[in-house]
Design a protein around this ligand. Structure first.
Ligand code: ZN
Length: 158
C-alpha cells in the first residue's frame, strides 16, 4: 500500500504545520532525541491511563521528523504496549526499506518514500527512538521484546 506522492506530501505537510497531540505530560515517562545532522529535536511522553497508551510530543525540525512524531502519537494513542511495539517494529521496517508499507500504519505510510532517502531515515525514526526509550526504559531492543505479561520494571506506574 503505497500512497501517491502528492497525497503523501499533503499528509506530511498537514502534520508538520498542525502537529497533533502536542504538549508535555508532567511526571510521566519521557525521553528526548536529537538528530544533529538535520537539526531535529523531539521529546516524547507516554502515559497509560486505564492501561492504554496516551502519547504526546514536543519538537522542532524538518517536516519529516515532526510529521512522523505527530502521526505516531495519533496512531499509538489508545493502543496497548504490545500493539505499540508491533507497530513501531512495522514502521521501522518500512523506513529501513525492509518491509512494504502496511495498512496497519495508517497515514504513516505517507513516510514510506523515506526508505529511499538514507539521510532522512533518522528524521523519520527520531520520535520512535524516543518512544522506545520511554516504553522500554532502555535501548530500542527493549520495546521490541515487550510482551503484555512482562511489564518493564519501575516504568509506567504512578
Ligand atoms: Zn530532519
Amino acid at each position: 500500500m503505497l500512497l501517491p506522492d502528492t497525497l503523501a506530501r499533503e499528509i506530511i505537510t498537514s502534520h508538520h504545520k498542525q502537529p497533533r497531540h502536542v504538549g508535555p505530560q508532567p511526571g510521566q515517562p519521557h525521553a528526548e532525541r536529537v538528530n544533529v545532522s538535520c537539526g531535529d529535536q523531539v521529546q516524547v511522553w507516554a502515559s497509560q491511563p486505564g492501561g492504554l497508551l496516551s502519547v504526546t510530543f514536543v519538537g522542532r525540525g524538518c517536516a519529516i521528523s515532526q510529521a512522523s512524531a505527530s502521526l505516531m502519537t495519533g496512531l499509538l494513542g489508545g493502543k496497548t504496549r504490545a500493539e505499540a511495539a508491533a507497530l513501531a517494529a512495522e514502521f521501522r521496517s518500512m523506513v529501513l526499506g525492509e518491509a512494504a508499507p502496511s495498512a496497519a500504519l495508517g497515514d504513516l505510510v505517507a513516510l514510506a518514500g523515506v526508505s529511499k532517502l538514507l539521510a532522512r531515515r533518522k528524521c523519520a525514526l527520531l520520535a520512535w527512538d524516543a518512544l522506545e526509550e520511554v516504553l522500554g526504559g532502555g535501548g530500542s531492543d527493549s520495546l521490541r521484546s515487550l510482551t503484555p505479561s512482562q511489564p518493564p520494571p519501575s516504568r509506567g506506574r504512578s
